[in-house]
Design a protein. Structure first.
Length: 455
């Protein structure tokens, strides 16, 4: 009997009968649609897909998996997929949809199935902000438990640093509130190592005072890219913690579905978000280095910044690669942009460098994920357009990795790991040993899917 056949023969009917929610088996009509992750380039083929209605359903799923020799993998809405999930019960936690804002305490309780857009809408008019990512459709659960870098990370740290407590179902069936006082080891693991120690059902997070945000974008010609990137790099040395900056070199394909103003064009953008208008002062040096083609800056909101990022609202196939850098010397800037302009790198639509430092260098809570000591976070994106061979994008991402790897920081944040990367890219040997010990104690039977931490 093959491994695939073994898991197809699981007694799934017995689990379905115990659930208040839905269970899909491989021969069900909706299986193919529901097994797909957000990144359609990853081919997930779990043994079943569960939609639990509550904690009792989650307990039943864990008990079934333990008895059947299967595992449980949690994906609220498909982000962060990295493997086939063979032999796993893929569990969607969308029913855990609580959002509760305490404006006096400046905290929020967020269910594991909620999307960032819902939280941002709930905060409208409160004068508070949340350290969310650039996409409205990503779940806070996956984002925060994997580290999470945002526009606000220079003033608030990684998203995981905002995590005050969780409500978690342990592999033994215990559902309880966990914080740094009740279980410091578990909280350390949860701040970056994902669901390696349990199934999180709700999260309690800090909110930031942000009565008015200022932000937007400056667009420059591709020829001005070296001068712009140098100016931003130099400004980073004294940039206020309240300023977040993403610099991108864009190379858009000549595709009919793209807006006329960007179709087939190359350009450089400087996207910013500041907690006070005075925090935008470093942009004066960037304007002095080159004249923007277009500038859109002013009072803004988290919702407006999410819209500006143009993150896809629907699942798409793509390949990406990220690396944290210790520094960005002139030679690296020149090599990167010269390499970027080569015809064979056309499949690489964007290379973005996010300014680090500030609060990232001084985490206020213990956690597995950290970018302390890193200066820049590089991200390359190679979308997989219909009809286009994927090999060119994969080759460009490998070339970008080779170019930047000699300048890599010791640590990487799990949120931005590639499809085949493991948590070994993100930690020291001592931290990995500590994480494995915490996981083995919490899950001695291996009922939780290994995720990015190989057993």
């Amino acid at each position: 009997m093959t491994t695939e056949q073994r898991y197809r023969d699981l007694p799934l009917r017995s689990l379905a009968d115990r659930l208040g929610g839905r269970l899909l088996a491989p021969d069900d009509a909706d299986y193919d649609a529901e097994r797909s992750p957000w990144n359609l380039a990853v081919d997930q083929r779990p043994a079943a897909i569960a939609h639990p209605q509550g904690v009792d359903d989650l307990r039943a799923i864990l008990a079934f998996a333990r008895d059947a020799g299967a595992t449980v993998a949690v994906q609220p809405n498909g982000h962060g997929a990295s493997s086939s999930l063979e032999g796993a019960i893929l569990t969607r936690t969308r029913a855990f949809d609580r959002v509760e804002i305490d404006t006096d305490a400046r905290t929020a309780v967020i269910g594991a199935g909620v999307q960032w857009g819902t939280v941002i809408e709930a905060l409208a008019g409160t004068g508070l902000a949340v350290p969310s990512g650039t996409s409205r459709v990503v779940s806070p659960s996956g984002y925060l438990l994997s580290g999470g870098h945002s526009w606000l990370s220079r003033s608030a740290g990684l998203g995981a640093q905002s995590l005050r407590a969780v409500w978690m179902l342990r592999p033994d069936g215990t559902h309880e509130r966990v914080d740094d006082v009740t279980d410091a080891d578990t909280m350390w693991a949860l701040r970056g190592a994902g669901g390696t120690v349990g199934i999180v059902t709700e999260l309690e997070v800090d909110l930031l005072e942000a009565p008015t945000l200022f932000g937007g974008s400056l667009m420059f010609s591709a020829d001005d890219g070296p001068a712009v990137l140098r100016a931003v790099r130099d400004a980073a040395a004294d940039a206020p913690e309240g300023l977040g900056v993403f610099v991108s070199t864009m190379r858009m394909p000549d595709a009919p579905f793209l807006p006329e103003e960007v179709r087939g064009r190359s350009f450089t953008t400087v996207d910013v978000l500041a907690r006070a208008e005075a925090d935008l002062a470093p942009l004066d040096a960037v304007r002095a280095a080159a004249t923007p083609i277009r500038e859109q800056l002013g009072a803004t909101t988290q919702a407006a910044m999410a819209a500006m990022s143009m993150e896809p609202e629907d699942p798409t196939p793509s390949r990406g690669g990220s690396i944290a850098l210790e520094a960005l010397p002139d030679r690296v800037i020149d090599e990167l942009l010269d390499w970027r302009a080569l015809p064979e790198q056309a499949a690489l639509v964007s290379v973005t460098l996010r300014m680090l430092g500030g609060a990232l260098d001084a985490p206020r809570r213990p956690g597995f994920a950290t970018l302390a000591g890193a200066s820049w976070l590089s991200m390359g994106l190679a979308p997989m357009f219909p009809g286009a061979p994927p090999e060119a994008g994969a080759a460009s991402l490998a070339g970008l990795e080779a170019l930047l790897r000699p300048h890599a920081s010791e640590r990487m944040v799990p949120t931005f790991l590639g499809e085949d990367d493991t948590l070994e890219r993100c930690a020291t040997d001592d931290d990995l040993a500590r994480l494995r010990a915490i996981r083995d104690a919490a899950d001695p039977h291996g009922v939780l899917h290994e995720g990015r931490l190989p057993r």
